[in-house]
Design a protein around this ligand. Structure first.
Ligand SMILES: *[C@@H]1O[C@H](CO)[C@@H](O)[C@H](O)[C@H]1NC(C)=O
Ligand SMILES: *[C@@H]1O[C@H](CO)[C@@H](O)[C@H](O)[C@H]1NC(C)=O
Ligand SMILES: *[C@@H]1O[C@H](CO)[C@@H](O)[C@H](O)[C@H]1NC(C)=O
Length: 247
């Protein structure tokens, strides 16, 4: 299930990154804290590094749906996404008492997608989420054997079709557009619907961005289209991903 190459490269990246930014003051294991290292290797090519002057603001777990439209015999067109965002920054290795081993951190997307229902108000009949009220009340995500993941915000497409993130009580508002994309790794989690994992993305803020400038979507699970040979009209697939916000 877990992409071995990804894990290896993530471990290598962690090992190769030496700057010790702060000492853990919390009740953790006492290991020095390190700045989280963005996974960039989707497959054969890497996403670009974040600009060196920028700081990591949050790592979020996104959990929701990817939407498509299908015309007969055509390639599906991505039309948007809806997701709840949960803060997992503190779960990255060596951040504090709740930090996970890297392998477990990298597998949080799979764990959520396979063990928890999509945290959206789903459409009673037909695919996808409610047209009118897709987001449930703000609440943490409770995964098995884990302290609840704090609610952080929402990901949606605005009325003009712009991918938008709103988190941290509006302190970060990020309408954005795609800068680059790489395929998910070969071994990426295809999701419970078996469609495949959506690509890894690097998105840049547009006019109106507040509190962050860039966001990466990496460690994706599920979310690819069922395909226009199977679905016509609206298609919707559950997915999870980690989103890394820089500003
Ligand atoms: C889809 O392709 C098949 C095979 O080429 C063709 O028979 C069919 O008419 C096409 N359907 C539409 C809606 O274009
Ligand atoms: C990752 O999570 C999935 C789903 O919970 C689980 O089946 C799998 O064993 C986990 N893989 C690892 C390497 O922990
Ligand atoms: C996704 O599709 C569902 C219906 O399947 C719809 O309720 C929702 O508004 C759509 N969201 C986006 C962002 O396209």
């Amino acid at each position: 299930m877990l992409p071995t190459t990804l894990l290896l490269s993530a471990f290598a990246a962690l090992a190769a990154t030496s700057p010790v930014v702060k000492r853990s003051a919390g009740p953790g294991c006492g290991a020095p804290s390190r700045a989280p290292v963005l996974p960039k290797t989707g497959g054969t090519s890497d996403l670009p590094n974040p600009d060196s002057g920028l700081a990591l603001k949050h790592i979020a777990l996104g959990f929701g749906i990817q939407n498509y439209t299908c015309k007969a015999n055509a390639t599906a067109t991505a039309t948007g996404a809806l997701a709840m965002l949960y803060d997992i920054t503190h779960l990255y290795p060596r951040q504090g008492a709740e930090s996970l081993p890297l392998q477990e951190f990298n597998n949080l997307t799979s764990k959520a997608l396979w063990t928890h229902k999509v945290p959206l108000n789903m459409n009673g009949n037909g695919p996808g989420a409610s047209q009118t009220n897709p987001f449930p009340p703000d609440a943490p995500l409770q995964l098995q054997g884990q302290r609840p993941l704090p609610f952080l915000g929402h990901h949606y497409f605005d009325a003009a079709g712009v991918a938008t993130f709103n988190l941290d009580s509006g302190k970060i508002h990020l309408p954005c557009s795609k800068i680059s994309q790489v395929d998910a790794p070969k071994g990426a989690d295809k999701g419970p619907e078996g469609t495949g994992a959506v690509g890894w993305l690097y998105l840049g803020g547009k006019d109106g961005a507040v509190g962050a400038k860039f966001v990466y979507r990496v460690l994706t699970a599920g979310g690819a289209t069922h395909g226009c040979d199977k679905v016509s009209g609206t298609d919707s697939t559950s997915y999870t991903a980690t989103y890394w916000f820089y500003g």
